[in-house]
Design a protein around this ligand. Structure first.
Ligand code: NAP
Ligand code: 8YV
Length: 326
């Protein structure tokens, strides 16, 4: 691309890495600055050639993309892109990019942290000390232990493998479920999630969100996991049937859960907030300054590559490069 700077719309807050990285190369329009976002989009729709999506709560569906007839590329923050209709984008010659790999280790660290917190009740123990209860009695021994558990990873992808490596170092047997076996994985593969849930006592969920995985952890899977079962959800709230999970926790059909994500976040069901045998994180898998900056930089680098007429760095599988001709 030569000559004039291309027009790019930023959807999300003005993060310094994104704004600083893009402004020298493109004309950036800030959707979140607009008092009337609809009118703002209308006034720019014919010019905008790329979107930088830094706020994943914005649904980028067919209706939204259709508003920009010259749209070439959507550079989205986060590895998950279930907020974008990537299939429609691919069919209409629009490339979607995400931010994979740069967050694998950070999210895997969080997953292990959440697992340990859930099993050993560390947040509850911290609350116990702060409440001044230690002087009266020791915190009770926890019934659950990581020792002798088997962890079934739901989705042995980039992050799932980083979690598996950590579990191995802890001496914990790992098995996994996904649609296809991973050729390079030495762990036992289960083609059916329900069969894996029956065989393990701990599920670590780290699949993409979206229609294909909607409620895949349902009542039957939770019952198969059993009364000693612990569910860790690092994926998306949509992957777990939340009412079924609440019921299973209330009736002790499973032992406990550690949740980083929720069906309607940032709203968390009152029933979960009132339970003391769950651990709840505010979707912080990747949220350190260094990792978020690396993710922001990849949002920038994908746009810069496009602006320079080069292939995208990290296109999603639904929108391979070169794009379908329009
Ligand atoms: P990835 O490398 O694409 O791995 C996804 C894995 O899920 C693959 O093993 C895939 O294998 C499996 N999978 C996909 N669809 C499936 C289905 N319908 N049924 C069963 N298995 C399925 O993705 P990643 O980079 O590891 O990221 C995974 C997800 O983690 C993201 O999409 C995001 O939603 C979530 N995430 C959460 C946080 C957080 O802060 N909590 C941070 C980062 C990512 P097959 O294709 O063989 O099925
Ligand atoms: C982000 C995530 O925090 O990358 C993902 O898929 O879930 C997280 O790393 C999230 O995208 C922010 O909205």
């Amino acid at each position: 691309m030569t000559g004039e700077k291309p027009d790019v719309m930023l959807i999300g807050s003005k993060k310094p890495v994104i704004v600083g990285g893009l402004e020298p190369a493109v004309t950036l329009h800030h959707l979140f600055d607009a008092k009337d976002q609809d009118a703002f989009i209308k006034s720019l729709a014919d010019k905008v050639r790329a979107l930088a999506v830094a706020y994943t709560a914005n649904k980028i569906d067919a209706n939204f993309m259709q508003r920009f007839p010259k749209l070439d590329q959507i550079s989205s923050f986060g590895v998950g892109y279930d907020h974008i209709d990537a299939k429609w984008a691919g069919e209409h010659g629009i490339i979607v990019t995400n931010t994979p790999d740069v967050l694998n280790e950070e999210v895997a660290d969080t997953a292990l942290g959440l697992l340990l917190c859930t099993i050993r009740e560390f947040p509850q123990a911290d609350r116990y000390v702060r409440a001044g209860k230690w002087a009266q009695a020791h915190y009770p021994l926890t019934k659950a232990t990581l020792r002798n558990r088997t962890v079934g990873i739901v989705g042995l992808g980039r992050i799932g493998k980083a979690i598996a490596r950590r579990l191995e170092a802890f001496g914990i047997p790992v098995v996994y479920h996904s649609r296809n076996p991973q050729p390079d994985a030495k762990y036992k593969y289960y083609p059916k999630l329900i069969d894996m849930a029956r065989d393990v006592d701990t599920l670590m969920v780290i699949v993409p969100g979206g229609a294909a995985t909607q409620n895949m952890v349902d009542r039957q899977v939770l019952e198969a996991l059993g009364p000693n079962g612990i569910l860790i959800n690092m994926a998306r709230g949509s992957v777990v049937d939340e009412p079924a999970l609440i019921e299973a926790l209330k009736t002790r059909k499973i032992y406990s859960a550690g949740l980083d994500v929720f069906a309607n976040e940032p709203q968390v069901p009152k029933e979960l907030l009132e339970m003391d045998h769950v651990v709840l994180f505010p979707h912080l898998g990747s949220s350190t300054e260094v990792t978020r900056a690396a993710m922001d930089q990849l949002v920038v680098d994908n746009i810069l590559a496009w602006a320079a007429g080069k292939p995208p760095l990290t296109p999603v599988p639904e929108t391979p490069y070169p794009p379908k001709r329009r």
